[in-house]
Ligand binder design. Structure first.
Ligand code: PEP
Ligand code: CO
Length: 454
């Protein structure tokens, strides 16, 4: 439904937190013009398909798995990192489908997750105050490269497009076909029991799907043709609004606006003010929108934000991504659920067990404890259940590679192991094995639920 007070640029009349100031405005304008001219990366139809799947998630008929890097780097736009990200998310989704006995909607934090909000605009480096690293589409990680450069916005577009192109190409070539061992085997997982349990799932699903195919009951669709959606934080509104396109619905002539740079966008914990520019921008687009909800979210703000972004109360249009910290869930989540229930909105409830659980390890490097991540997930499942609500999905920072950034998990990584392969430029991510560990734990939770019901 179009809002007469909204335009692609109406956010400019509101306060915009985490704004980037460029020295050369003329250069910025040239870049934005170019972005406005470049072709869409995603189509209205794909966005509408995701809306349908998220409606199912909000109604408890589908489970949402969202995951990827905290800060994606331009450098990750390469065959191997893309394949390993796809592989880990596909494998996790298979375990979740099996455990929850519901279809899974997969949304990767990829092909555009290049902008980072920061708690401080500057940091100290060798006794000098320098601007903080704000993600590859703003400045460089190298301390000598911290001046915001508008050219990076164009670079973000081209790296997103190249990433998405390869994702589409391999998925279209059978990368997700269950018969393809390169995608589905767990050869380099050390734990024998994880490997066995997982292989049993793959074998049973492959058998079941082959059987369905043989009897013609699979309606021609299988896991080899998975849906795959991409998302990023909608932080840089100059970039987001430049990729927003008007779309006229052929049957009705109605004008709609789509962000064509990602299927799904979310507003971060630092930029979700009801009167702020980020909420204003999201009001006018058809894309599904996520809102991070944290310890500082006033329950009274939630209905205001929901009514602003989704005045017609479309089911599943908004995803609320809670990230409180393990010990805070029981204290904070019930009031948020109650505020939403009273507002009459039906949202997708997602737990992000990462962002409230960042800690300092020995030597001051950032880490997260696997046990805290599991505790936040478990408490979220429990609290939802105890108030008659349902957790509809999970949101992780993860990578398909064997980094050592979070401690714990079946590999039992310790503080002293973190330096072995600590790669992140931003928040610590679950590595390949830890990501599968967490998928198995969620699957086991569902299995237990089922056995209690039977
Ligand atoms: C993030 O998802 O990377 C992030 C910065 O999260 P939050 O806004 O919840 O802190
Ligand atoms: Co992060």
């Amino acid at each position: 439904m179009s809002n007469p007070n909204w335009s692609i640029n109406s956010w400019k009349d509101k306060p915009v937190l985490q704004d980037v100031v460029y020295d050369d405005q003329a250069h910025l304008e040239t870049v934005l013009k170019k972005l406005q001219h470049l072709p869409p990366m995603v189509t209205p139809r794909e966005v509408d398909d995701l809306r349908v799947q998220l409606k199912e998630a909000a109604l408890g008929e589908r489970f949402l798995l969202q995951g990827g890097d905290c800060a994606e780097l331009f450098d990750y736009c390469s065959q191997s990192p893309i394949e390993s990200k796809l592989k880990v998310l596909l494998q996790m989704s298979l375990v979740l489908i099996w455990g929850a006995r519901t279809p899974v909607v997969r949304i990767a934090r990829m092909a555009g997750q290049y902008a980072k909000p920061r708690s401080k605009p500057t940091e100290m480096h060798e006794g000098k105050e320098i601007p903080s690293y704000r993600g590859d589409n703003v400045n460089g990680f190298d301390p000598s490269d911290r001046k915001p450069d508008p050219e990076r916005l164009l670079q973000a577009y081209f790296h997103s497009a190249a990433t998405l192109n390869y994702v589409r190409a391999i998925l279209g070539s059978g990368f997700a076909d269950l018969h393809k061992p390169q995608t589905w085997n767990l050869d380099h997982v050390r734990s024998g029991s994880t490997r066995q349990e997982y292989q049993a799932i793959v074998d049973r699903l492959t058998d079941a799907m082959d059987f369905m195919h043989t009897i013609g009951a699979d309606s021609g669709r299988s896991l080899s043709e998975v849906d795959w959606f991409v998302s990023h934080e909608g932080l840089l509104l100059d970039y987001e609004s430049s990729l927003t396109r008007e779309h006229v619905v052929p049957s009705t002539g109605e004008k709609k606006y789509y962000n064509t740079g990602a299927h799904f966008l979310w507003i971060g914990d630092r930029t979700r003010q009801p009167e702020g520019g980020h909420v204003e921008y999201m009001k006018g687009i058809e894309n599904p929108v996520g809102i991070k909800v944290g310890p500082t979210t006033n329950p009274d703000d939630l209905p205001v934000i929901l009514n602003a972004i989704n005045p017609s109360k479309e089911i599943g249009k908004v995803t609320l991504i809670t990230r409180y910290g393990a010990g805070n869930v029981e204290k904070l989540l019930p009031a948020h659920i109650e505020a939403v229930r009273k507002s009459g909105h039906i949202v997708v409830w997602v737990c992000d067990p990462m962002h409230g659980n960042t800690k300092s390890a020995t030597g001051g490097i950032k880490t997260r404890h696997f046990a805290d991540i599991v505790e936040e997930l478990t408490s979220s499942f429990k609290v939802h259940q105890s108030v008659g609500s349902k957790l509809n999905g999970v949101h992780f920072e993860l990578t398909g590679d064997s980094v050592t950034e979070c401690v714990g998990g079946s590999m039992e990584l310790k503080d002293s192991d973190l330096s072995t392969n600590y790669q992140t430029y931003c928040d610590p991510r679950l590595n390949y094995e830890q990501s599968l560990d967490v998928a198995f734990l969620i699957a086991q939770y569902y299995e237990k639920e089922r056995s209690l019901q039977n």
